[in-house]
Design a protein around this ligand. Structure first.
Ligand code: NAI
Length: 249
């Protein structure tokens, strides 16, 4: 049984890493998938081809979601192609790490624009289509760093904590309109983002994780699929960590 048959799903930053796996998992569950990328055109096209070969309807859209006009272009393209929008997964994100004393304002701004303002833009435009559709699932990818903070990531932590407050507000605004909004906080997941860590950083990270290992993109995408499905119709405004126990209180 497929849990997302006939659902139209937009995934931002879907060309690689967690976003790519989210697109694949939603497609496996019967969803049609709009693959957004910013710069990784070849990888996005390859994913589009892979889905097409599996008989999944898909659309590849270039958009820098940190720009409001591009975010609108993405949502408009999805609605134009599929005539509706059911699921929005805000996954695109960057890091520009540095201790506060040396953090440049442009590194602060780039992270806030890409990780947080993008979520405002896409959700604002997608929610209009979801209201028309009388159904919606908004799933925002934050981080355990948004819950716990992290030295050297004040910009990233602020953007990811901002997503949590934003999502709870949106969940309240749309609670009576059959639109849910939830946050996933991944811990350390094996992707390009964490492959930048050196051996000492990896060892220090694993020491903090009760399960003593990094997670996989599939660990995250399985929760996305659940939250996107009808099974999660009474779940809204929640923040759920997928982190091997790292952030438990
Ligand atoms: P990644 O760096 O492999 O992929 C991020 C994707 O976002 C890339 O495809 C990139 O091109 C895209 N992107 C960046 N800026 C964009 C923009 N302006 N417009 C459109 N797309 C843009 O990273 P990964 O690991 O797959 O991360 C995905 C999400 O999960 C991010 O939001 C990240 O902060 C979050 N996360 C990742 C963790 C990890 O351990 N890998 C842990 C916690 C959260």
């Amino acid at each position: 049984m497929q849990f997302l048959a006939n659902k139209v799903c937009v995934v931002t930053g879907a060309a690689r890493g967690i976003g790519r796996q989210i697109a694949l998992t939603l497609a496996e569950q019967g969803g049609s998938v709009v693959i957004n990328y910013n710069a990784s055109r070849d990888a996005a096209d390859a994913l589009g081809d892979e889905l097409q070969q599996k008989g999944v309807q898909s659309l590849v859209v270039q958009a820098n979601v940190s720009q409001m006009g591009d975010a609108k272009k993405l949502i408009d393209a999805a609605v134009e192609k599929f005539s509706k929008l059911d699921v929005l997964v805000n996954n695109a994100g960057i890091t520009r790490d540095g201790l506060l004393a040396i953090m440049k304002p442009e590194d602060w701004q780039a992270v806030i624009d890409t990780n947080l303002s993008s979520v405002f833009y896409t959700t604002k435009f997608a929610s209009k289509a979801m209201l028309r559709n009388k159904f919606g699932r908004i799933i925002n990818i934050s981080s355990v760093v948004g819950l716990m903070g992290n030295a050297g990531q004040a910009n990233y932590a602020a953007s990811k904590a901002g997503i949590i407050g934003f999502t709870k507000s949106v969940a309240r605004e749309f609670a009576q309109r059959n639109i849910t909004a939830n946050v996933i906080c991944p811990g350390f997941i094996d992707t390009d983002m964490t492959r930048q860590l050196n051996e000492a950083q990896v060892n220090a990270a694993q020491a903090q994780i009760p399960m003593k290992r990094f997670g996989s993109p599939l660990d995250v995408s399985n929760l996305v699929a659940y939250l996107a499905s009808d099974l999660a119709g009474y779940v809204t405004g929640q923040t759920i960590a997928v982190d091997g126990g790292m952030s438990m209180a």
